[in-house]
Design a protein around this ligand. Structure first.
Ligand code: CU
Length: 159
């Protein structure tokens, strides 16, 4: 009787430990190996999260409690190489935002809180691509902007 109870306890501990270790490992694997395989080889994958407070686009992880206790760093410039196929994974940490790259006539696409929205583009020409929020989301909405800097053979400031 005692032996059966000990075995059950051991099995329960094994299940709990497997979950505690296995789930984070699976999430890490999915993010670092599984996610890039969803896109064409060589794609540049960028995750941008919009935060209304402060008007910030950030590449930091803003997940759960990090919204409250960690100040996200502003992403103002993102370097690219001419010819990059770019996948931008867009998130909102709070309210409805939107994303656009006007010079490419990309967007605006809505970025609701709690969802991940993807846009793709090819950085075919060197120069500057301004991206911004197209939705008046907060008093600091005008700060929700940044630039892709496309390094290449030719520089076209008309972008
Ligand atoms: Cu906005």
């Amino acid at each position: 009787m005692l032996k059966a109870a000990t075995l059950k306890e051991a099995a329960a501990v094994l299940v709990v430990v497997s979950l505690l270790v296995g789930l984070p490992l699976y999430l890490w694997y999915w993010r670092s190996v599984g996610l890039p395989h969803r896109y064409p080889a060589g794609s540049k994958i960028i995750t941008l999260t919009a935060i209304a407070d402060g008007g910030v686009w950030t590449q930091d992880d803003v997940i759960g409690g990090t919204y409250w206790w960690k100040k996200a760093s502003r992403t103002s410039e993102i370097p690219l190489k001419q010819g990059d196929h770019v996948v931008v994974r867009l998130r909102s940490a709070d309210v409805l935002h939107s994303f656009a790259i006007p010079i490419l006539r990309l967007g605006p696409v809505e970025v609701p809180a709690g969802h991940t929205v993807e846009v793709t583009f090819d950085a075919n020409r060197a120069g500057v691509l301004t991206f911004l929020c197209w939705q008046v989301c907060s008093p600091e909405h005008p700060s929700l902007r940044g630039r892709f800097l496309v390094e290449g053979r030719t520089t076209d400031t008309g972008w």
